[in-house]
Design a protein around this ligand. Sequence first.
Ligand code: 4NP
Length: 589
Amino acid sequence: MAARSYSRIVEILEDLLSFERFSVGGVLKGGRLLVPAFRERRINLYAFDYKGSRGLVRLNKGRVTWYLGAPYGSSRVVFARDVAKGREQSILLKVDVDKPGVEEPLAPSLKPMRLLGGADDGETVAFGASTEREVAVYAVRGDEAWKVADVPGLPIITDVKGRRAVGVYMSNEKPGIMQLLLVDLEEGSINIKEARDGSVTNAVIHGDKIVYAAEKREGAEIRALDLDTLEDVELSLPHRDLEEFKPSAFHFIDSTPEGKLVVVARRKGRSAVFIDGRRVNTPRGTVLSAYLIEGKLVFDHNSLTTPTRVLETDLETGEYKVVLSGKTPEWLGEALRESVYVEVESFDGSRVPTFVLKSGVSETPGPTVVLVHGGPFAEDADAWDLFAASLAAIGFHVVMPNYRGSTGYGEEWRLRIIGDPCGGELEDIVAAARWARESGLASRVYIMGYSYGGYMTMCALTRKPGLFKAGVAGASVVDWEEMYELSDAVFRNFIELLFGGRRELWRERSPINYVDNLKDPLCIIHPQNDTRTPLKPVLKFMEKALEKGKTFEAHIAPDMGHIVTTMEEASKILLPALLFLAKAEASET
Ligand code: 4NP
């Protein structure tokens, strides 16, 4: 691979972390855009004067860990702040778009909690949250904040209008199946409705209907229910492009004030945007949010080779242009040479949807990292990925398998992980490593992952020793039994549903019980305050590895938790990973 000195790696990472990335979160009062951006070294929220001066005004003062999409014409923005140094104990704040920098707590009477998704209609906010003991839905309106109802399981609110909130819900009774959740915020009643087949992945209130995305065994579609009777009703869209696109997932559904339905659908890791079923021209890659403003569709866009930026498409001409983008380093275009989608055949004949990012600063075959996403209900797509970009930038090709359990490819594939963690999905990762070698891409193969991807690294190095040259396990899981003890209510539920209730597997599927097998170089990186994948079991793993005379390196990242929101946090995780892999590769050549 291209010779990369430590100082050059530091420079590359610094470059990758410092340019601005812009997305969209709604159309505010006065036609200003809500622009969440990675700018000024962290995530901040800006009002962008789209029609006028085109200036950016920062709305938040302190740190933002998460924000709610703003309804059309909103005069406020609601966002969350972790007040426990990354332990994900958050409060909600609001800021009036005409009073930038003046933050007010949204609900001073509520104590900090783990937030699970919420929505704002401009007056009412509804959200799910977990404490140590219980998971519930809450509502806030004016000075009033109240717990609406306990909802054991995993409730994710996706829309609210007045007294009604809708969302998606995973219960422990039906592991992995996602149902439609309807909440009457005033009566405190909960209604759960199963899709007639498959899972519900998103829902919005659209006039007198609820429109939801259904993930079918294969593929996905949008459907409607009557808001009052909850009976299925026909959703007749005036255009048929959406059906013809044959989506496999939906990432965004929004109802505009004019009664149009804007959806972002996805197939094979790439997005397409539709207004009332008619396709709008957007560049190849990923769109996460899209809004209508004055005859234009304004949306964010990114791809494996393009950092997130804001574009607009003229609905008359179909032409798009850039509205806001960061200035990327000159070397970026060459370093991130090309991304491709491949389907890798796994042990049982299944085809694993996989993205490959080819490094332009390396030969082919060249050193390759199998980069494993977290979740496991998440996906690697043609989408900007800081981990993948930094690996390619220092000369590693990157292979990203959407192992069974990943989202984006239908319910059947997603549910195949239930009851079998560190099983079939690990074999999919093994298949991706084999593919990397056999296709001529890889000279040597490494593995790296964060969170569930860190767990996969630990599983690979302890259950498949010798397969990878070395591995980086970030925020990993090593012991399900201890992790369960250390988790709060929502993560206890999640562990139960991931194992499909098969607690007897916890011990067998925990890397800490296979430390003996470890032989490839391992780099452990772990946030000190992580409350999703706690550090404690990982320290015990290290103690065992030490006793057994294993070689490993470890980096504890202080003052941060599981979620990366600042440039400094990103470098705490990425810098040791990149240096370790570069060193491992240098020792081979
Ligand atoms: P993620 O983190 O990969 O970032 O989503 C996880 C945290 C906990 C569990 C899995 C993943 N869990 O199974 O408890």
